[in-house]
Design a binder for this molecule. Structure first.
Ligand code: HEC
Ligand code: HEC
Ligand code: HEC
Ligand code: HEC
Length: 301
């Protein structure tokens, strides 16, 4: 049975013709949907172009379900994956230079959501409500699916050292950290992101660089590219504080094709032609982290 499904997956990939979309910074406009998950590395279904299983063509199911979502965790929205039984599995950042303390109990919903694949512990097909009659299992169970990268059987959990964030968040940018504009040169939360001039102090050429990348600080917020969003829109609430979570900087649905700079690094480790373009690392900022635009949007450094 598994073999037949695997063969089906191969047929699927054969009929798909991949045309890399040509997006530059200036082809993303305010109001456009922050879309493209189907051609991104976050489509693990049979029609995906990267790591995928032939057992379903559904895309959202690896993360969301319309019914019977995970109630054993506080993870939102409509979370369909197994989560670690205890927050003690993780090590939070600890104390920042400014003395802000982050404990494990502060770890926020969307951060735990990303970690349910990117901590390298849970298999990609560990689902609560599997497609069709495959059943609901409280807090999920491994569905025994086989994953492929093109025609080659691939691991079904995060093995790449680069993509495996791991269980310790002490060596990552502070995550689930409350945002205060009294520390770390952080801008007020009501700053309109698009109004921040990232070219100040840079060479005049920075103004026109990459179709005005630094000049045009547009971020994906609430599913759309926005020219009116504020920094507060990037923050998520846990334990009564507005915090920086994984989804402050990344939108897992946004196949951001505008970070040309990072594409060059994808050819080096490429195993297939499909690998030559990144997903802009799902960064929310149009133009990605060019000129450290992601960092300087929050930090006035
Ligand atoms: C790889 C995991 C993953 C997949 C696959 C995924 N999502 Fe999400 N989704 C998330 C996470 C995490 C959040 C919370 C993000 C945040 O805090 O901004 C979210 C939030 C959302 C939201 C609310 C916030 C927003 O951005 O609009 C909607 C609507 C949504 N997802 C729809 C979908 C649909 C429809 C699909 C399938 C086409 C899908 N998602 C596939 C992880 C995923
Ligand atoms: C259902 C499992 C799953 C969840 C949940 C998930 N991811 Fe991923 N993610 C993957 C897989 C699989 C890849 C591609 C791995 C590969 O290329 O081998 C990936 C790739 C990525 C990449 C690299 C893309 C690139 O261009 O190389 C980033 C960045 C990323 N994920 C961030 C996130 C963030 C942030 C979240 C939460 C908002 C999240 N992911 C949630 C499975 C997941
Ligand atoms: C403060 C912003 C920020 C936060 C918060 C953040 N990231 Fe990232 N992330 C980035 C940037 C910027 C990059 C691109 C780094 C590069 O390659 O230059 C990145 C890259 C990545 C990558 C690819 C790794 C690499 O070096 O190529 C993964 C996977 C990822 N992030 C997942 C996550 C997960 C999971 C979380 C939450 C635990 C998270 N990120 C939180 C900004 C952030
Ligand atoms: C969404 C807003 C946001 C973005 C984007 C952001 N940061 Fe931060 N950063 C914060 C917050 C909040 C803190 C915690 C400050 C505190 O309380 O000490 C922080 C802290 C830091 C610290 C100090 C950590 C410590 O132990 O004191 C460094 C360094 C840092 N960020 C670098 C970066 C870099 C580099 C980037 C870009 C990859 C970035 N930040 C992007 C919000 C952000």
């Amino acid at each position: 049975m598994k073999k037949a499904l695997a063969a089906a997956a191969v047929v699927f990939s054969a009929v798909l013709v991949y045309c890399p979309p040509s997006h530059a910074v200036d082809t993303y406009a305010a109001g456009d949907a922050a879309s493209g998950i189907s051609t991104s590395r976050h489509n693990l279904g049979g029609t995906g172009l990267f790591t995928r299983a032939g057992n379903t063509t559904e895309i959202c199911v690896y993360c969301h379900t319309p019914h019977h979502s995970n109630t054993l965790s506080n993870i939102k929205p409509l979370w369909n994956r197994q989560t670690e039984a205890s927050l003690a599995t993780y090590t939070a950042y600890g104390t920042t230079v400014a003395g802000t303390i982050i404990n494990n109990t502060d770890l926020g919903s969307t951060t735990l959501a990303c970690l349910s694949c990117h901590d390298g512990l849970t298999t990609f097909d560990n689902l609560v409500n599997a497609p069709g009659k495959n059943g609901v299992v409280e807090n999920g169970t491994d569905r025994g699916w086989t994953f492929f990268t093109l025609d080659v059987v691939a691991s079904d959990f995060m093995t790449s050292t680069r993509l495996n964030i791991g269980v310790s968040l002490s060596n990552d940018h502070p995550i689930s950290v409350p945002y205060s504009d009294k520390v770390a040169g952080l801008r007020p939360t009501n700053t309109i992101i698009n109004d921040i001039d990232l070219t100040t102090g840079l060479a005049t050429s920075a103004f026109a660089y990459d179709n005005g990348n630094l000049n045009k600080n547009l971020w994906a917020v609430k599913g759309y590219i926005s020219s009116t969003a504020q920094i507060s829109d990037l923050l998520r609430e846990t334990n009564g504080s507005m915090r920086v979570e994984c989804s402050s900087c990344h939108d897992p649905h946004f196949n951001n094709k505008s970070w040309n700079e990072v594409d060059n690094t994808y050819t080096a480790d490429n195993v297939t032609d499909l690998d030559v373009e990144s997903n802009g690392l799902f960064l929310r900022r149009v133009g990605g982290n060019t000129g450290s635009g992601v960092c300087r949007t929050c930090h006035n450094k």
